[in-house]
Design a protein around this ligand. Structure first.
Ligand SMILES: [Mg+2]
Length: 294
């Protein structure tokens, strides 16, 4: 075959490949429809550990400049909302505290709605002061509140909580994630301990963070947009994407953070769109700004 014959073939092949790519992009956009607001997960989407995801800062800056409504929905229980904002600012993300929805804030609101129940907060030392409005009881608390305490889990601690649940305490799980992306790979998250406590006590935990519908609703109410016009972006196919879709939103999965190849397969609620990273957001999602900055 001569060079002249090969080149037109190659050109035709490239054109076909380009058309397929454009078609799949259009399909992704049309299945999402126009999106007027975003709920954005933090860990694994904007950063992993202390490292920002490449391009994430530029996307956030563009969301601000184009006036696209957004809120940040995290399951982090190692930092209060104000500490989360400090971390974001340290990593170069300009985010206000009122934009961040944290399971710690939502748990405190839940407890305040009850009144002034006694609690045993099983949380990191830095988070303990957030529960200062509630009296402590380490024998028969009204609620045991479980957050991420890293490697501090032990048999004596599990046994103490079990005794408190047995004595009548209710169990609050600030979330029940199975695993998270640590600096050295996937790591066991508090869902394993929550499941164990449920098993031994026969009690079902009240889950506050994602995928709790009421947690998504708090952020949706703040956006003042119908769920169908909002996309939840996360690296957790179950809690972010599945939870967001169950709350009526569009689910956008990113292939960063805890994402692993194929995790989206055989899902009852598959993602509406999958991005290699949040840096592809504007290319693949039809975003409609309000021309204002929130
Ligand atoms: Mg995440």
């Amino acid at each position: 075959m001569s060079k002249k014959e090969i080149l037109p073939d190659l050109g035709h092949w490239l054109l076909c490949a380009l058309r397929v790519q454009i078609k799949s992009l259009k399909r992704a956009m049309s299945s999402l429809g126009k999106i007027r607001g975003l709920l954005i997960d933090l860990d694994g989407v904007l950063y992993v550990g202390e490292t920002p995801v490449p391009g994430a800062r530029d996307v956030l800056n563009r969301l601000v400049s184009e006036g696209i409504s957004r809120r940040y929905l995290t399951n982090t229980t190692t930092l209060t909302a104000s500490l989360v904002v400090q971390k974001l600012q340290r990593l170069g993300f300009e985010v206000g505290e009122s934009e961040v929805f944290s399971p710690i804030t939502a748990t405190i609101q839940f407890l305040k709605n009850v009144g002034t129940p006694t609690v045993n907060p099983v949380v990191r030392d830095s988070v303990v002061p957030a529960f200062s409005d509630f009296p402590r009881d380490y024998e028969r608390p009204d609620y045991v509140v479980v957050g991420d305490i890293g490697a501090a889990w032990s048999y004596p601690l599990m046994n103490t909580i079990f005794a408190q649940l047995h004595a009548g305490a209710e169990l609050i799980a600030m979330h029940r994630n199975k695993f998270f992306q640590g600096e050295e790979g996937l790591m066991v998250d508090i869902g394993a301990f929550v499941a164990g406590l449920e098993y031994v006590s026969g009690k079902e935990a009240q889950v506050i963070g994602k995928p709790s519908l009421s947690f998504f609703q708090l952020a949706l109410d703040s956006l003042q947009l119908p769920a169908v016009q909002v996309a939840m972006i996360g690296d957790d196919v179950e809690n972010d994407v599945g939870g967001g879709i169950a709350a009526g939103m569009k689910g956008v999965l990113v292939r960063t953070g805890k994402y692993r190849e194929g995790c989206e397969e055989n899902r009852e609620r598959p993602p509406d769109c999958i991005l290699d990273s949040i840096s592809d957001l504007f290319e693949q999602v039809d975003l409609q700004g309000e021309g204002r900055t929130l």
